[in-house]
Design a protein around this ligand. Structure first.
Ligand SMILES: *[C@@H]1O[C@H](CO)[C@@H](O)[C@H](O)[C@H]1NC(C)=O
Ligand SMILES: *[C@@H]1O[C@H](CO)[C@@H](O)[C@H](O)[C@H]1NC(C)=O
Length: 331
């Protein structure tokens, strides 16, 4: 049965479009070091805490059809939601919510599905990207929109290479990703239910992170979140009160905190500033300039935005300010 499922998974992973989801929030891996050193071993693992509403747990096929959440497919996600609507704060019998204490390490498991390596799998020569966690800043609160999945709501340091801690068995030029993990140390949160969003960012990730990229401090906007899973942690045994100490996460999580990213994916601008050439979101050239209630957008010139004050949608960066002879900065 195990072998059949494994081979079915690799067939599906090869034919289906790329996807991943969070399988388990709190994974106990009895032989992690041994299996990392010798991926031929069977990984001995049990799940102690699950993502939301995991009704088809252990049924990879059902879950790959009904559980994962494709953030950027507008026909599936017309309202721009951060979580699949069925991922409500509901935990059926047998697939409980995670319970944890501040300081505890949770080993999260997600599916590799053929995307763990640059030099193997499908598609070939695509960086595996990163997994990272978002938090709305206080308990009993949910992140609702994908536009809230921005640096302000990122739990600083809660980010790792998609395949950094994976156990991957290689046979010839084939890989069997037995398990991909992401270790998360629970912050000093107060007792109660805290809801989080796990995201895999790999779109636009053919070019990898900069060489000096530090996943614990650096947030790479150029890696666009593509798949999410929502989950909760019930904190017990904490002495913390009120809002918490996760740096940037104490900021309010309104969608207005991300004007730029939502602009880059959904607003209309005028190519070359010409009214006859409108385009929308990522179909447009990368350098956006506010012009009254509208936007003008331009291609790079010599590798840079042509005028000061641009918002660069490819890099997700505000560029240098405009001089007084140039266009007004993006607001
Ligand atoms: C978006 O989802 C629809 C419905 O499942 C699917 O037919 C389409 O291929 C998807 N588009 C992309 C770009 O993946
Ligand atoms: C993740 O790790 C792989 C293998 O070490 C590497 O090729 C890739 O560039 C890394 N990706 C990121 C986004 O850091």
């Amino acid at each position: 049965m195990k072998i059949q499922l494994a081979s079915l998974i690799s067939v599906l992973a090869a034919s289906a479009s790329a996807h991943s989801w969070l399988e388990c929030v709190d994974t106990d891996v009895a032989n992690y070091e041994a299996a990392r050193a010798n991926p031929d071993l069977e990984v001995q693992q049990t799940c102690k805490g699950y993502p939301r509403n995991k009704v088809n747990n252990n049924d990879w096929i059902q879950e790959s059809k009904t559980y994962l959440w494709d953030l950027n497919n507008n026909s599936l996600n017309p309202d721009g939601l951060a979580c699949r609507p069925s991922q409500t704060n509901n935990y059926p019998a047998g697939v409980p919510m995670t319970t944890a204490k501040p300081g505890q390490t949770l080993r999260m498991r997600h599916w590799g599905n053929g995307h763990s390596r640059y030099d193997m799998g499908s598609p070939l020569h695509k960086d595996p990207g990163v997994v990272r966690l978002y938090y709305p800043g206080k308990k009993e609160t949910d992140i609702k929109l994908k536009s809230e999945l921005v640096e302000q709501n990122w739990i600083r340091g809660a980010q790792a290479n998609f395949s950094g801690n994976a156990i991957i068995q290689i046979t010839g030029d084939k890989m069997n990703e037995k398990a991909n993990y992401f270790d998360f140390v629970v912050p000093n949160w107060e007792n109660g239910r805290h809801s989080l969003v796990w995201a895999w960012a790999w779109e636009k990730s053919i070019a990898s992170n900069p060489a000096n990229f530090n996943p614990t401090t650096d947030y790479n906007n150029a890696l666009m979140n593509s798949w999410t899973t929502c989950f909760d942690i019930l904190i017990e045994g904490s002495t913390a009160t009120g809002s918490t100490d996760t740096g940037s996460t104490s900021q309010p999580s309104t969608s207005s905190s991300a004007p730029a990213t939502s602009m880059c994916s959904s607003k209309t601008c005028l190519k070359g500033g010409m009214a006859a050439n409108p385009c929308t979101g990522s179909d447009c050239p990368p350098c956006w300039y506010a012009a009254g209630d509208n936007y003008n957008c331009f291609d790079y010139k010599d590798g840079k935005c042509p005028f000061g004050g641009a918002y660069d949608c490819d890099k997700n960066l505000q560029t240098r300010g405009a001089t007084r002879f140039e266009r007004t900065p993006f607001k």
